[in-house]
Structure formats: structure tokens, C-alpha cells
Design a protein around this ligand. Structure first.
Ligand SMILES: Nc1nc2c(c(=O)[nH]1)N[C@H]1C(S)=C(S)[C@@H](COP(=O)(O)O)O[C@H]1N2
Ligand SMILES: [Mo]
Length: 421
């Protein structure tokens, strides 16, 4: 796969221009409220502090609305969300076990009975009437499997503040708002074709069955984000299995979208209906939210975000202690939404010297690679570990990420502080 094809970006710009001129339709929200949302998105406010300190062991932290257990050694709870602690991935395989996979819920995990569930596909982009699919009907269609990460657009957002001293809004994630799974399901393209998608269709709008989202007194409606038809017909899955088992409730049971390499919010969970539209669509999730606002961007924001960026993380707790004069195997993971990872370099002296890490997986599109590097620290005291990935487009993680008000797509090298004792 190549980096963002120009057509995708051009299409998004067109949709944005059409929306500002009132040509595109705002699905399920007043235009006035959308404009308020966009105005609010262009203002940065300081991040609420890091997660509150918790008892070292024992009682799992409750996160309202998450069904699975959240043991504190595995997860850091942030509001309605749970971040995976990277140290808890050490020794796990390429795939993130479902019980360690981060959860990002705008509201709460709904409990859905697959027997009564239907997927309704409707809209003026179809050549005929609406179509419905039961769970069993979907499972009866030809299936495909694919390994893909799901990563929140705001992953690593907190480093805008802690490393770059910039105010941003949103959940104060460190690097753990990502997981990689083997997803099985049906091609969205197959379902859209069976439903009778027309050649005039331009956008599809999958919508979740979870509660409506209320933000600053505005009802944004249910979570939904338009997807251009070009992507929808390319490599998107309607997934019903994660790592060989039915989707767990928190990850979208009975069916979710998997949109390889794109930002997390594209991967709509608990999908209940899909609108197919002959006109460009907008929703809060591609107008005020999930665009870049800030000094480096146009006043109405960037085009809606599509592909994820490039990052690296050590499988090590922040502030970990390591023994001096012992050989340590540092491990971590790197990934890019733009192309497979090409190389990973590691520095154990704050960036003065760099060396190649050993890649443990064959780099693939839309997945991460595990890597390792030996380290024999000599001197006691604080040390800063750095990992820096380069992908096959030639992009390398920079030292500083270009800021945006909502703290999306952080791509800079993260300074991982440890103590040698
Ligand atoms: N219906 C619905 N889909 C959703 C969300 C949600 O709150 N509701 N959150 C989105 C966001 S912002 C992310 S990052 C991913 C997270 O997927 P996960 O919880 O399975 O890790 O789901 C996306 N799909
Ligand atoms: Mo997200």
C-alpha cells in the first residue's frame, strides 16, 4: 500500500469545501451545532493531569461502561477509556490478547444480543431499497482475515504537554491507545454490493448502537464517521472475530468496522446501520473532531484525518529501574499507518548515539513490528531511552511533533526515563 493517495486527500478537501458552502449534508446534527463544534475545536486548553495514582495492587480500577476486567498492572483507566500499559505487552506475541487491548468508548459498552441484531444498509446511494443482514447471514458470506492495528488518533497526546509544553484537549493517553489483532469478517465491499451500492455513491456512514454522545451541552448523536467509497470498497472489513474468538463486548460485539491503517475512530464498533450516500456527508467526527487545528493549519482545520502516523514504544514501565552492569534486553514495538516499518533505531543516552534495533517480525502494512536491543548500562543514575522508527516511505519520527489543538497524530520520538541502580 502506498501513502495517502492524492485522490483521497483531494476528495476530502472537496467535501470540506462543499460543506462550508452548504452542499454536503450534515447527517443527524444541526449545521449551527457543527459550526460551534468546529469553533471550539480550534481552541487548545490544558490537559487534565495524568491518571490519578492508584493502589499498587489489588482492586481493579472501575471504568464506567467497560465490561472486561481492568487489572491495574495491565490498564490505566482514563475516564470512560482504558489504556494498555506497554510493559504489559512484553512477552505477548504480535497480536494483542483481547484482555489486554485498550478500550476507547465515547459513552459505554452496550450489551447486544446477536440473535436480534440486524445490519441495515440504506440511503440514496443505493440503486434500490434498503437491505438488512442478520448475524448468521453475515457469517455465512465468504470471510477474510487480516492483521491490523486499531490506534486512537489521540494516542500519545499527553507528550504534546509533557515533552513540548503545549496545551491540547482530549484524553491524556501515553503510548498505549493501540492494539493489534487478527480480525475475521466479511469485506464491507461485498456487503455494499449485495445491498446494491450505485455508481453515484460517494460516502458511506456506519453508525454505532451505543448511546448518543453529549459534549458541552450539544447532542452529537450516535458515533458515526463518513468513509469515502474508495476506502470502503478497498480493504475495510465488517469484523465479527478478534484473534479467533467472537468480538468481546468492549470491542464491538457483534460486528465492528476494521479500517486498516486509518485512525481508530473510523473503526466503528457495534455497527447497527450504514447509510450509503450519493452526496458527501459530514458528522462531528469528520468536522470539528479528527481534523488538525492550530497555527500550522487552515482556519477550518485540515482535511479529515485518515491514515495513522508513525510511533515507537518500549515495553517498559515509565521510570523503570534497571541494574547497572547487567545485560538487559530492551524490547518494544514500532508502527506506521503510512507504510510498513523499515528500520528502528534505539538510543540509551538521550539521543547522542543511535544503533539499529533487531526487528522481530516481518514488517507489514497496517501492523506493528516487535524489536529488541541489548543494553549494558555502566553508570548509575537517571537515563533516557529513545526509539525512532523509519517507514518504507522514508519518513522518520521527528524530534518535535507539529502541534494541533486536539493533540492528534503525535509522531515525535518519546523520551522514556529510567533509573539505573
Ligand atoms: N460505536 C463506537 N465506535 C467506536 C467508538 C465509540 O465510542 N463508539 N470509539 C472509536 C474510537 S475513538 C477508537 S480509538 C476505537 C477504539 O477501539 P477499541 O475500543 O476496540 O480499542 O473505536 C472507535 N469506534
Ligand atoms: Mo480514538
Amino acid at each position: 500500500m502506498s501513502p495517502v493517495p492524492p485522490s483521497e486527500a483531494a476528495y476530502d478537501e472537496l467535501r470540506l469545501r462543499q460543506w462550508s458552502r452548504g452542499v454536503a449534508r450534515s447527517a443527524g446534527i444541526e449545521r449551527r451545532d457543527l459550526l460551534r463544534l468546529v469553533a471550539a475545536a480550534s481552541v487548545a486548553v490544558p490537559l487534565a493531569g495524568a491518571a490519578p495514582a492508584r493502589a499498587a495492587a489489588g482492586v481493579p480500577d472501575p471504568a464506567p461502561g467497560i465490561v472486561k476486567p481492568l487489572p491495574p498492572e495491565v490498564f490505566t483507566v482514563r475516564g470512560t477509556n482504558a489504556e494498555t500499559n506497554f510493559a504489559a505487552l512484553r512477552g505477548t506475541g504480535l497480536l494483542t490478547p483481547a484482555d489486554r487491548f485498550f478500550v476507547r468508548n465515547h459513552t459505554a459498552t452496550p450489551r447486544i444480543d446477536a440473535a436480534g441484531w440486524r445490519l441495515r444498509v440504506w440511503g440514496d446511494g443505493l440503486t434500490g431499497p434498503a437491505a438488512e443482514f442478520t448475524y448468521d447471514e453475515l457469517r455465512g458470506l465468504p470471510s477474510v482475515s487480516r492483521t491490523s492495528f486499531v490506534e486512537c488518533a489521540g494516542n500519545a497526546r499527553s507528550y504534546y504537554t509533557t515533552q513540548q509544553n503545549q496545551a491540547v484537549t482530549g484524553t491524556a493517553w501515553t503510548l498505549g491507545a493501540i492494539g493489534t489483532a487478527r480480525w475475521r469478517g466479511v469485506r464491507l465491499a461485498d456487503v455494499l454490493r449485495r445491498a446494491g451500492i450505485g455508481r453515484h455513491a460517494v460516502d458511506i456512514l456506519p453508525r454505532g448502537l451505543d448511546d448518543e454522545v453529549i459534549s458541552d451541552g450539544i447532542n452529537l448523536g450516535r458515533v458515526r464517521r463518513p468513509l469515502p467509497v474508495a476506502k470502503a470498497l478497498d480493504d475495510v472489513l465488517l469484523a465479527y472475530e478478534m484473534n479467533g474468538a467472537p468480538l468481546p463486548p468492549d470491542h464491538g460485539y457483534p460486528v465492528r468496522l476494521v479500517v486498516p491503517s486509518w485512525i481508530g475512530v473510523a473503526n466503528i464498533k457495534w455497527v447497527g446501520d450504514i447509510e450509503v450516500s450519493g452526496r458527501p456527508l459530514v458528522s462531528p467526527w469528520n468536522t470539528g473532531l479528527y481534523r488538525l487545528f492550530g497555527p500550522a493549519y487552515p482556519a477550518g482545520g485540515s482535511a479529515p484525518l485518515t491514515r495513522q502516523t508513525l510511533k515507537s514504544a518500549f515495553e517498559l514501565a515509565p521510570g523503570a529501574t534497571l541494574r547497572a552492569r547487567r545485560r538487559h534486553v530492551l524490547t518494544g514495538r514500532s508502527w506506521s499507518g503510512g507504510a510498513p516499518v523499515r528500520t528502528v533505531e534505539v538510543s540509551t543516552d538521550g539521543g547522542a548515539r543511535w544503533r539499529r534495533a533487531r526487528l522481530r517480525d516481518v514488517p507489514r502494512d497496517g501492523s506493528w513490528v516487535r524489536w529488541s536491543a541489548d543494553w549494558l548500562p555502566r553508570d548509575r543514575g537517571p537515563a533516557v531511552l529513545l526509539a525512532r522508527a523509519t517507514d518504507r516511505t522514508g519518513r522518520t519520527q521527528p524530534e518535535v511533533a507539529v502541534p494541533n489543538t486536539q493533540g492528534y497524530l503525535f509522531d515525535a520520538v518519546v523520551r522514556h526515563e529510567v533509573r539505573v541502580v
